[in-house]
Design a protein around this ligand. Structure first.
Ligand code: FE
Length: 333
């Protein structure tokens, strides 16, 4: 936050070097955004100030109210975007450019949030101990045949909740609960750590299967220490019995109070452009979504998959139920 405050104070005192600017609150890491903000400034002359936040983004916007300097929020996961919309801190945006760049699956029909990239929540499975042909559906992971072989992060994490929300959408709450109980019964250890920690556990022989987002494969492969973890697993794309592979998005919303609305819209249109999406997606091993864009070769090498047919709005709508189920079955306990 310091960076933004400093930048704004400096601008207020000195004569602004830039006629226009745009202020972003971001949950995403600096190394992902910097190439994009630099390219945007080079192209438009609009200065970009980014406040990188670890948590409390919506609370901050609510507390700042109409005086908030923020124009845009950048984050991952439909539940975080929906939470911001529900809190009333975003505004609907109408733009033909945005509509052309973002397939309708990946933006709010009302224009409150716009997707930029996708990632799939897939299975990492031990190369030595799991036959890839044995894992085809998410439902199957609740089968007792996997007892003691699954590792996962917390059930209350947004990534897990979105998967549970999709299960609810596909099969209803009761079956989703039974599934969750089945997966819990198959865990090799209590849920703990992040997605990469599960792959490390597979590498170390503590379990054979984990849930994880696709891009972590790329991140692990580019890390000296984690390379071995990545090379010990296969990336498998399970589907729902009556659907495809679970996918979530990174996205952008304009704040309700955006003081630099025009510049902010230009930034949104830039971020959704095929060129920017490919830069953004390759920096984090994600899938760009604009028509005509492609993931980088490494990401493509993990395989093709059919995206699940559950609507992101429905995923967001079930997030409360999903948390309730995770607590009812004491998934982390
Ligand atoms: Fe992540």
């Amino acid at each position: 936050m310091l960076r933004l405050t400093t930048a704004l104070t400096a601008l207020a005192i000195a004569a602004p070097a830039f006629a226009e600017e745009v202020n972003i609150y971001s949950y995403r890491q600096p190394e992902l955004l910097a190439p994009l903000t630099d390219a945007f400034t080079a192209e438009t002359g609009i200065k970009v100030n980014v406040a990188y936040l670890k948590k409390g983004l919506v609370e901050r916007l609510k507390a700042e109210g109409r005086r908030s300097p923020a124009d845009l929020i950048l984050t991952v996961d439909i539940s975080r975007l929906a939470t911001a919309v529900d809190a009333g801190v975003t505004q609907p945006i109408e733009s033909e450019t945005l509509k052309a760049n973002v397939p309708s699956l990946y933006h709010d029909p009302a224009g409150q949030w716009w997707g930029l990239t996708t990632r799939a929540r897939i299975v990492y499975a031990s190369k030595d101990r799991v036959d890839p042909a044995d894992i085809t559906t998410y439902e199957d992971l609740a089968d007792p045949k996997w007892k003691g072989r699954i590792c996962t992060r917390s059930g209350t994490h947004v990534y897990t909740l979105a998967l549970v929300a999709a299960m609810i959408e596909h099969h209803g709450e009761e079956k989703a609960k039974t599934w969750l109980e089945g997966v819990k019964a198959n865990l090799a250890r209590k849920p703990q750590g992040n997605d990469r920690a599960q792959v490390k556990a597979i590498w170390a022989g503590e379990c054979d299967i984990s849930f994880g987002n696709t891009y972590y494969m790329g991140k692990m492969l580019s890390d000296e220490e984690q390379k071995d973890w990545a090379n010990s697993v296969n990336v498998l794309f399970p589907t729902f019995e009556n659907g495809g592979t679970h996918v979530n998005i990174s996205g952008v919303s304009m704040t309700k109070s955006a003081p630099n609305k025009e510049a902010a819209l230009k930034m949104m249109e830039f971020l959704t452009s095929p060129k920017a999406q490919e830069i953004y997606a390759s920096a984090n091993y994600e899938y760009p979504i604009a028509p005509g864009t492609e993931a980088i070769d490494l990401v493509k090498s993990w395989g093709d998959f059919e995206v699940d047919n559950v609507n992101l709005m429905d995923l967001a709508a079930h997030r409360g139920q999903a948390l309730k189920l995770v607590e009812e079955v004491d998934f982390d306990g």
